[in-house]
Design a protein around this ligand. Sequence first.
Ligand code: WTA
Length: 647
Amino acid sequence: MSSPSKLYEESGKIKISVRLGKRLENISKDALAEPEEFWAEQAKSLVWSKEWDKVLDWHPPFAKWFTGGKLNASVNCLDRHIKTDIKNKAAIIWEGENGETRTLSYFQLYKEVNKFANVLKKLNVSKGDRVTIYMPMLPELPIAMLGCARIGAVHSVVFSGFSAQALQDRINDAQSKIVITADGGVRKGKLIELKKVVDESLPFVPSVEHVIVLKRAGNDVMLGSKDHWWNELMEGAKPYCTPVQVESTHPLYILYTSGTTGKPKGVIHGTGGYLTHVYATAKWVFDFGSQDIFFCTADIGWVTGHSYIVYAPLMHGATEIMYEGAADFPKPDRYWAIVEKHGATILYTTPTALRMYMKYGDEIPNSFDLSSLRLLGTVGEPINPEVWMWYFKTIGKERCPIVDTWWQTETGGIMLSMCTGIETIPMKPGSATFPVPGVDAVVVDEKGKTVPAGTKGYIVVRRPWPGMLLTLWGDDEKYRQVYWSKFAGMYYPGDYALNDQDGYLWLLGRADDVLKVAGHRLGTMELESAFVSHKAIAEAAVAGRPDSTKGEAIIAFLVPKEGYAKSENLRKEVVAHIRSTLGSIATPDEVYFVSKLPKTRSGKIMRRLLKSIASGDKIGDVTTLEDGAAIDEVKQAYEDLKNVVES
Ligand code: WTA
């Protein structure tokens, strides 16, 4: 597989004549000329109980959108529809891995959310309290989130693939009062024992007063003194809960994501600005119509699920498909089967899933009726042009445009993408095209100067946008330092990019120590601290290497402590340790034991060098490496590692 930086070169093989649509160009130009007026116009699509006084209060790097305004997210997703024809429309069509389905109408979802909000109130949860949600992909997950939003509580969803240590860290950081979980989830036919993971964390999370457990897998779980069955609490709950109208800047949720430091960061999203951004981008990018059935394959544990499974589609009154299970279980055809069965019109998925399906050939997708599809989307990683072409031809039958959407947990919603709701423009396989209207994104060099066409640089955003994170939970300083210190006055996402001759943007992978493994975001330092928390490991260095399915694979170089032999057993033990502390998504693909790691004189691990070694790339000129590295030692270490890798 090609590395992201090769995508652009390869794409040159596909000839497309390009003329940027005038409509998009004009809208974008007007939006950037008067951004506040532009975003205020978009915010009018939401239901506000009190209109804002000021569109943007910008004290760099802190942006407050629609100050003085009040609204409620659950009202915007539900109450707004229940006096319209949408009331009885399917909101969620859920499908389990075993083919079981459940459908909830907007009215049913509204009822459940109201009841659940009352359950939370009864457990003394009130505005501003944090609630950790650790659940499988079931309708009760959005019900729990919207129940929190209804009373102004801040939800913190933790991906159900994370293990005890990761869950514990996130609960403690947010100081959550409540944890919501289920007796089990299902993945590849196996039961995932979520409650057991919560039980393991419970002694170490003193802020937690109650645990709510959804009964669904029939798994025999023990209830402790803090535990309640979801189903029993719901039975006694009142059917209506008055929504708490919160300030536009009130935190709607915290979502932890990995960065370049050891601990995950709690990204906080507000209410009015965030909802405006996801509402507008869903309209522009996906162009929801009343007949649409939207299938976003993300897990709600990640931001794509928050924004484009929960908030945007529900605010639009769309019907969406929610799938719990693996893409390839029991057979590598699940997405196609679901598209056919439920008549999905829009499919929004990841390059990793597409690469996996592509390996099985065309016969499987060709055996399904995919004619309901009208639009395809991708997110989470760069898409290789050959995979893009396969998606376009085999899945979309050359009828469906593809929206390659670039954005991040921190941006809240889509930042770069073709906007089919405005105008379908000529596509270039592998390019995310242009910033959405109102977003001022450009490519700059190391000094922050805009680079000429065709030059690799860093993507930055020069002005605040409504979906922008408020800050990091409990750490304004880190927020400032991570996103706003590399380039003065500009938001730094940490991705390489370039602009081509036609102005199209190409994302070229991460510029920092963050990995994208099967679309999941993992920090190398976070992985390294998990490795050294094993009793036999003294030092660890982690790097990514291109992988033909997952995009990136995790390679670990470990230095065992004295007295521990480098054995196959130890290798197995550390892999198991990573899975049980962080979760299966962090499973290393290759583990090498070495006696020392290449470092700079100041003691920094040279991950870039490790990455080149692991990828089989040339290491280049080591004399140019940072901080006056101890060249001879590095070279020696490189040779040692190379020998290990090759043996
Ligand atoms: C990467 C996921 C190329 C990028 C929504 C970004 C992409 C990180 C794309 C954020 C895309 C996301 N093309 N790369 N279309 N979309 N990325 O926070 O490196 O899980 O910075 O948000 O994913 O990952 P996150």
